[in-house]
Design a protein around this ligand. Structure first.
Ligand code: ME8
Length: 573
């Protein structure tokens, strides 16, 4: 199986982590954990996140806090690391763009592109706000009647030396690549927007900023051979995906499988980044390995209680607010909610308290949690907490008039539901086949990067088991155990099928809820062994199935029911 390299954006260190950063990073984590599970190995999966530190706004906020930009970056990069650790994110590497291993590579890349001519020195002309010491776009200048929006003084037309990247040269190649690789810009709804912009024509783009006596302009990587210019932060940042794996040991990880990002930064990733890679590959034989990533996945936006998140509206979901949810409902419940209800497919998603509670109660407390409790309680009560024998083949197809206790249980249920049609309504439950179907589909959904669909197979399995329990009514069957010698083996077959199905559901749930599922595996003595691929692990009653005779402890309920009337958790002061 191919190697799988997944990245998140690298986050600006002027800000503190919030739901958006945690969301992208948790979704990437679920995908990475799923790929490790599918392969039964950590070796070929590489998950990168990190921080983007050379932005001008880092200098500004550092000054506001009376520290140097590097100190400010150190402090906030540590905050991001802390937040991601608290979210149980299993990244393989965390890159900070101020690290020499990154900066040195950027200098090498720019040097090659200068040599090949795809980066060239030219002149940039634009409207300049002298008070703010910054350029204003043509549109913004016109809207402001060519005056500074800050001090009202006229903007001046200014020309200065600058380095450009020949983006225009790659217009046709980019267009062709996107047209012939439908998964390159994902989800598909985002493709038209990018293609439209490319077809409209591409200009070369400035990729440097001047260095002056203003300290704000001194933060960043210098253009090689020219100390009066520094590399524009976006170009520096994009290169992180390559610089981290540009070592002899890691080069085989390239190209990335998925660059997961928010829709805000799609253009940089779906147009400028591939063009830079094409240019680098063409620049020197040493960059022959620099192919294009498989997919740029631009997810939608989290809003909050129906509105754009804003600190002034009081609906901002900070990292601390998420932590308060995790403290009350468990971190894994938060991860589950983000991964299944998030804006992955494109449309924005609402972080509304009522919606969180509804999802939590339906899928976790009353779903997976309740079903595992029911089954382990029955195994505790009827089999002394020991996994019952699995003598039945887990095909529960009632025979009309069949005499086994399972047939009778199924038929009795059907008769109770519709006395006129006794037998005909009885439903068959084919466990091995149904479970294999969900496992296969969950893997396919991962390949399509559909987290929600993939995780919904957990819920589907739980429904299947719940349905089976209500059809076979094992608690009724148990009442006949003293009088009917066939009742106990029937009960064993029913409960084994339920527990074994839930074991498989727990495997599929584990990338989103690693801690809770590890608890279940401990209680049920079924922790998956290392180095076994998911299809093997998940084979119903296969080599890694629940083993009859082993301990299955009731344990604590996985998820306590939430009270919808309780006030939403708030961050601690
Ligand atoms: O753009 N909903 O960094 P950044 C969902 N440094 N996701 C959100 C979100 C929201 N409301 N708000 C933010 C940068 N995000 C650059 C990236 S990459 C080479 C350089 C997430 O700190 C989303 O993933 O502004 C978005 O793309 C990212 O945060 C932007 O983070």
């Amino acid at each position: 199986m191919n190697q799988y390299y997944i990245t998140t954006p690298i986050y600006y260190v002027n800000d503190r982590p919030h739901i958006g950063h945690c969301y992208t990073t948790i979704v990437a984590d679920v995908a990475a954990r799923f790929q490790r599970l599918i392969r039964g190995s950590d070796a070929d999966v590489f998950f990168l996140t990190g921080t983007d530190e050379h932005a001008d706004k880092v200098v500004t906020s550092a000054a506001e806090h009376n520290v140097t930009p590097q100190e400010w970056a150190d402090r906030n990069a540590a905050e991001f690391r802390r937040a991601f650790a608290a979210c149980n994110v299993s990244f393989n590497d965390f890159i900070r763009t101020t690290e020499p291993r990154h900066k040195d590579r950027v200098v090498e890349y720019i040097t090659s592109l200068l040599k090949s001519g795809d980066i060239y020195r030219g002149q940039y002309t634009g409207w300049y706000d002298q008070g703010q010491e910054e350029y204003v776009t043509e549109t913004a200048a016109r809207e402001a009647d060519f005056k500074s929006t800050i001090n009202g003084k006229p903007l001046v037309k200014r020309t200065e030396d600058c380095y450009f990247f020949k983006l225009s040269k790659y217009q046709d190649a980019l267009q062709k690549h996107i047209e012939t690789h439908p998964a390159f810009v994902s989800p598909p709804s985002r493709q038209a927007e990018i293609l439209g912009r490319i077809r409209a024509g591409l200009n070369d783009i400035p990729i440097s900023r001047p260095v002056t006596s203003d300290p704000a302009t001194q933060w960043g990587i210098r253009v090689p051979g020219d100390d009066a210019n520094r590399v524009y932060v976006w170009i520096d940042a994009l290169f992180n995906y390559l610089s981290v794996v540009d070592t002899p040991e890691r080069r085989s990880l390239w190209p990335a499988a998925v660059h997961l990002i928010g829709k805000d930064i799609l253009w940089f990733h779906a147009a400028i980044w591939p063009a830079l890679l094409m240019a680098l590959r063409a620049a020197a034989p040493a960059y022959e390995w620099v192919k294009l990533p498989h997919s740029i996945f631009g997810h939608g936006w989290w809003i909050s209680e129906g509105m754009k998140m804003s600190k002034s509206l009081g609906n901002f979901i900070s990292f601390e607010r998420l932590t308060a949810y995790a403290d009350r409902y468990s971190l894994d419940a938060v991860r589950w909610f983000l991964a299944t209800q998030g804006p992955l497919s494109g449309a924005d998603a609402d972080f509304a308290h009522a919606k969180f509670i509804e999802c939590y109660n339906a899928e976790l407390a009353n779903g997976l949690g309740n079903c595992t409790s029911r089954v382990s309680n029955m195994i505790d009560k009827y089999f002394g907490g020991i996994v019952p024998p699995n003598d039945h083949n887990a095909e529960f197809a009632p025979q009309p008039g069949g005499g086994s206790p399972i047939d009778l249980a199924l038929a009795a249920r059907a008769a109770a539901k519709n006395p006129a049609a006794a037998g005909s309504e009885a439903r068959a439950f084919h466990f091995p086949e149904t479970i294999a179907f969900h496992v296969k589909r969950a893997i396919e959904d991962q390949a399509a990067f559909d987290m929600s669909a993939s995780l919904m197979h957990v819920t589907e399995i739980v429904r299947f088991v719940d349905d089976f329990i209500s059809h076979t009514a094992p608690f009724t069957l148990a009442k006949t155990m003293n009088t009917n010698p066939d009742a106990k083996p029937a009960l064993a077959a029913i409960l084994y099928a339920c527990a074994e199905s839930l074991r498989v559901a727990s495997l599929l749930a584990s990338p989103a809820m690693p801690t809770k599922m590890a608890h279940l595996w401990r209680d049920w003595s079924c922790a998956p062994p290392p180095n076994v691929a998911l299809v093997e692990l998940a084979r119903f009653a296969g080599d890694h199935a629940l083993s009859p005779g082993s301990r299955l402890t009731k344990g604590e309920p996985l998820f306590m029911r939430a009270d919808p009337a309780e006030a939403p958790p708030t961050e601690k002061a």
